[in-house]
Structure formats: structure tokens, C-alpha cells
Write a protein that binds this ligand. Structure first.
Ligand code: GLU
Length: 449
């Protein structure tokens, strides 16, 4: 069987940093194992699913550089679910229930009042054909539950959490289909994983108890319809929390759009999320192959992974400082060439700040007011300026010699006159970009204030 993972978002909103992480890890797991990575749009909930979100999911994945090997949509697969439903019903694993929501709520309250866990009591299983016919005659359509097998504990070896064991008697038989025929998440997902040959399911630990139930669904589906399939390997990663240590609302709304607007590069998000919550160091690694090669579920911790914005910014800055010109040339201001980029990039936290620096090169700039002695000094600088391979070092060496100035008094007035700023890119790299004519004009303008 081909190693296959999938990312299965519900298109009821934009991807947030938590599901971006799940997508990334599934993609890395597939790439590391030479396998397939599928995108499955979980849009069985017609009311809450939106086409614009499906498109946004595709756009976001492609912006992140997470390429997919296939896309499926649950809303186009109802026939497949119907077939599975019939097969499981036939084998006695699905049964009809007629309780109203109020009745179920009341049962739950009574159980809780007695100090019992609120597990469904399977009253519907005790109904006779006549009882059911009476309900139907009243116009009550059934909803459907999957019947858990209580005979043996459910066990699996979790890729992150290690050995897992659940007592099925402590779980409610899950409702898999509503009275109007619509599907709940559990069964279609297991059917799809069988039908699409998914070998590895990696998702958040909020799905652990779903996995217990779905393992029984897999067993039943494999026996009834998918003899070549095997129960996938499961791994559940600890959830992501904000730096303040809780599941924050902000984190749930933080997505690619917000990152893009802030000038965060996809490489920074990938480098951070690839290793966050693992024992491996988070580093500004731009080469995805390195991240893929070192991706290892056994390094994932059980504690919640802390997402820290400041860490993301640090990674972004470090990655921008090494970014190749060819990769980002199309995002730079007109006229900036490779040498210009190299001079400017060590000063940037975000690529769009390059425009500001480039304005310094092309001008106009705002010079500060200079005291008399500096104006004389800058006048001398204008006369001394000569253009060779390394005009900045030639100029400062000559001025040092001529005036005896050194350190700040030697450099700062020149920088201020040439750039209008106190700090900035290395002047040795910047001056050739400014060019001889502009440089001389700026020095003369400062001298003539
Ligand atoms: N649509 C489900 C979710 O977003 C998929 C869970 C799964 O990976 O099976 O939670």
C-alpha cells in the first residue's frame, strides 16, 4: 500500500495556525515516506460549508508551499457513504433510534444526577418491529447509531501518545446519520480513509476518542467492503496554545491572511510549525527538505505546543536576511538589483521594508541640520569623494587622514548626509548603490545648508 496521509478541513472558516500545523505535518509525513498527501474537504455540513472557504484553503496551502497529490470532497461522495451504510446495517452494526433531542437530554440529566457517565443506554436496540412501525406511523423518521462492540477493549499504538486503550462500554454508540439523512463526521471520514487507501492519520488530540470509535468502524468496513485496506496508523499531536498558555481565541483566528499582511514569509511559518512541540530546535531553516528529512513523530511531546508570535518574527527576520534575490525579485521595488538586495536585506525584518531602504538610495532624502564644523567637514567630503571599487572606504580613509576625525564624528555626519538617517545598511554596500552623482549632490547639499 502506498503511504498516504490526508488533511481533512471543514470549509466552515479560514485555516488557522492550528490546522495549518496539522496540514504541514501530514504533508511532511507523506513527503518523508515518499507517499501521497491528499486534501479532503469535509463538507458534509451543507449549511456551514462555504465555497469561498474551499478556495481559501487551496490558496493558503499553495502559498505555504504545501502541494497536494489529490483532492476529494465529501459532498460528492454521498453514494459511497450510502453503500457503506447499507453494508454496516446489513451486518448489524447500524441501528435506528427515535429519541428526540429533548428525550436524550433528559436521559443524560438523569444519569448525571445519579453520578453515572452520560452514555447512551441503547434503548432503541430493545425496540420491536412494531415499536418502530408505530414511531414511523407517527411520522418520526429515525436517526442512526453505530453499534460499538463491547467484547474487547479498543487498543492502538499511537505515533505520539504510545499505547492507547479504551473500554468501548464507556463510550456512547455514536450517531452517524441524522433523521433528515445528512451525515455526521464519524462514518464518512472512516469510509473515505478506507476508500482512499489512507495509511496514516495524524491529527489533534481532540480526536483521540473519535479514533477509538473509528477503529471499530474501520474493522467493520474492512470486513464488509474493503478487504485490502488496513486500519491506519494513528498519531495524535498535542494541541497548540498561545504564548499565554491557553487555547486563545486569537490563535483560532490567526491565519495565512493575517501572516501575509504582517509580512511573515511562508518559510517562517513552516520552519516554526514543523518543529514546535517537538524536542528538535526551532531554527530558521529555509530548506524544506531538511525539515522533511528530520521530521520525526517520536520527537513530539505530550505537552501543549506553545505558539509564540515573537519567535515567528525572529525566524522571519533570520530567513529574510538569507533570502535569495531570485526568489523575491518580483516583490522588490523597480530598479533594485542583486547587489542592492544584498546591501539592504540585513536591515529587514520583513521584505516589504526594502522599499523604504530603496527610497534612501534613489532619494529624495531628508537631511538633518548640521552644525558649522560638520558642514565644513561634509564640504571636504564632497571634494574628496572619488569613485573606485570601494568608494566608502576610500572616502573615510582619506577624511580620517585629512581631519584626524575617527569613530562617530568621522562616520555619522557622512551617513546622515548621504542617507538622512542615523542607522542603516552598511555604507560600504550602500554607497555604490547611491552612485557617485547622487552622493556628491547630497554631500554638497548638506555642506551648503
Ligand atoms: N474535518 C475534521 C476536522 O477538521 C477532520 C478530522 C480528521 O482528521 O479526521 O476536525
Amino acid at each position: 500500500m502506498t503511504f498516504t496521509t490526508r488533511f481533512a478541513p471543514s470549509p466552515t472558516g479560514r485555516l488557522h495556525v492550528g490546522n495549518i500545523r496539522t496540514a504541514l505535518h501530514n504533508w511532511m509525513l507523506a513527503r518523508k515516506n515518499g507517499g501521497r498527501f491528499l486534501l479532503r474537504i469535509d463538507d458534509t455540513d451543507a449549511e456551514r460549508s462555504r465555497e469561498e472557504y474551499v478556495e481559501a484553503i487551496r490558496t493558503d496551502l499553495s502559498w505555504l508551499g504545501i502541494d497536494i497529490d489529490g483532492e476529494e470532497r465529501q459532498s460528492q461522495r454521498f453514494e459511497v457513504y450510502e453503500r457503506a451504510f447499507e453494508a454496516l446495517r446489513e451486518s448489524g452494526r447500524i441501528y435506528a433510534c427515535y429519541e428526540t433531542a429533548q428525550e436524550l437530554e433528559l436521559k443524560r440529566k438523569i444519569q448525571l444526577g445519579r453520578g453515572l457517565p452520560p452514555i447512551y443506554d441503547r434503548a432503541a436496540l430493545a425496540m420491536s418491529d412494531d415499536d418502530r412501525a408505530a414511531k414511523e406511523a407517527e411520522g418520526i423518521a429515525p436517526h442512526w447509531r453505530f453499534k460499538l462492540d463491547h467484547a474487547e477493549p479498543i487498543v492502538w499504538e499511537d505515533g505520539v501518545r504510545g499505547p492507547q486503550k479504551f473500554d468501548p462500554a464507556q463510550l456512547s454508540d455514536p450517531v452517524i446519520r441524522r433523521a433528515d439523512g445528512s451525515w455526521l463526521y464519524m462514518l464518512p471520514s472512516a469510509v473515505d480513509d478506507c476508500d482512499m487507501g489512507v495509511t496514516n492519520v495524524l491529527r489533534g488530540e481532540d480526536h483521540v476518542s473519535n479514533t477509538a470509535v473509528q477503529i471499530q468502524m474501520f474493522t467493520a468496513l474492512i470486513a464488509a467492503l474493503y478487504p485490502a485496506q488496513q486500519i491506519p496508523h494513528f498519531a495524535h499531536e498535542a494541541l497548540l496554545v498561545g504564548s499565554e498558555g491557553k487555547l486563545s481565541k486569537r490563535l483560532g483566528s490567526l491565519g495565512c491572511d493575517a501572516f501575509r499582511e504582517r509580512g511573515i514569509e511562508p518559510e517562517a511559518i513552516v520552519a516554526l510549525l514543523a518543529r514546535l512541540g517537538t524536542s528538535q530546535p526551532v531554527e530558521p531553516i529555509a530548506d524544506r527538505q531538511v525539515l522533511i528529512d528530520t521530521f520525526d513523530l517520536s520527537t513530539f511531546g505530550r505537552a501543549p505546543a506553545r505558539f509564540d508570535d515573537a519567535e515567528l518574527e525572529r525566524l522571519n527576520t533570520a530567513l529574510v536576511h538569507h533570502m535569495d534575490f531570485d526568489r523575491i525579485a518580483h516583490r522588490l521595488p523597480e530598479g533594485i538589483d542583486e547587489a542592492g538586495w544584498h546591501a539592504i536585506r540585513p536591515n529587514l525584518a520583513h521584505i516589504d521594508e526594502a522599499a523604504e531602504w530603496w527610497r534612501i538610495v534613489t532619494g529624495p532624502i531628508n537631511q538633518p541640520a548640521f552644525p558649522d564644523e560638520d558642514r565644513d567637514y561634509l564640504s571636504l567630503a564632497a571634494q574628496t569623494l572619488s569613485w573606485g571599487d570601494d568608494p566608502w572606504h576610500a572616502l573615510t580613509a582619506a577624511l580620517k587622514e585629512a581631519t584626524g576625525r575617527k569613530g562617530k564624528p568621522l562616520f555619522l555626519p557622512l551617513r546622515q548626509a548621504l542617507t538622512g538617517m542615523d542607522h542603516g545598511p552598511d555604507m560600504g554596500e550602500l554607497l555604490p548603490l547611491i552612485g557617485e552623482q547622487r552622493a556628491r549632490e547630497r554631500l554638497e547639499a548638506a555642506a551648503a545648508q
